[in-house]
Every structure is written in C-alpha cells, then in structure tokens.
Design a protein around this ligand. Sequence first.
Ligand code: UDP
Ligand code: MG
Length: 150
Amino acid sequence: MDRTFVMVKPDGVQRGIVGEIVSRLELKGLKLVAARFEKLPEARVTEQYKEHLSKPFFPSLKTYIMGGPCFLMVWEGRNVVALVRKVIGATNPQEAAPGTIRGDFGIDIGRNVIHASDSPESAAREIGIHFKPAEVFAYTRIDESVLYEY
Ligand code: UDP
Ligand code: MG
C-alpha cells in the first residue's frame, strides 16, 4: 500500500487542531501507521525542505517550522500521496478550496498549518528523514474491502 509523510506544523499544533486534522484523515479511510510529536532539529528541517534552500522564503520557513513542536505522521492508503494533497489544499490558504485543511484553517502562505509530500518519491524520502523503518507499523485494522474494491 502507498504511504505519505504528513506533518502538522507548529501553528496547527498551537491552534489546537491536531485532533481535527487526524480525524479528517481517519474519516477519509486512511490508515495511520506512524506518529511522533517533536520539535524538529535544524538539520532535519533543512533536509526536509532542501529543494527550497535557495528560495527567498527559506529562512522564514525554517524559523516557522522550528518555532514549536510539530506532529509528524505517516499515512497509508491507495494513491495516498495525491489524495492527501487534495485533502490539505493549495499551498497558499488564500487559494485553497473551502473544505480543504488549508482552505478551512489558514490565511497566510507562511502559516499554512500542514505539510504533506508532493510525490511518491518525496514521500519515500521524507518518511526516511523522520522515521526509522521500525517506527512505521504494519497492522490489520478492519476488513479493507469496506474501503477498497479489489
Ligand atoms: N512557503 C512560504 N512562502 C512561499 C512558498 C512557500 O512560506 O512563497 C512555505 C510554506 O510553508 C510551504 C512551504 O514553504 O508549505 C513549502 O513550499 P512548497 O512550495 O513545497 O509548498 P507545499 O508542498 O507545502 O504545498
Ligand atoms: Mg512541497
């Protein structure tokens, strides 16, 4: 099954919407397979966002992400990477559709509440930055045929 890396950013944690976000992903039918609450060290923030190292917003992005604890997760499901990107909405909350997490809970691009991997390759890379293989759990939840057509 496909996996993606999702992280509630410090603004989302401070606003008390971790539960709401987890709930939306659970209600969609996705399976939580790893989670950790922590303040990210600089090296992992830089690694996570290395494609943006030369961008003008990188210093403020780093300060933002290191500004408080984050809630890091791995979610599993069919085509989960693209699916979660739809659930979180556009990068800029001003453009994110109502009903998406950023559309419902954010206002500024620099306080957009949540991160999710943008491709299967990024997902594999990002999961590897933040989680050891033994921290990602395979378990049986329900009869998956209530969610998936086989
Ligand atoms: N970001 C920002 N200003 C910008 C573009 C991006 O502060 O002009 C921040 C924002 O927090 C965003 C993150 O950098 O979520 C990573 O940017 P990316 O384009 O990868 O967006 P995402 O994949 O998070 O939708
Ligand atoms: Mg991105």
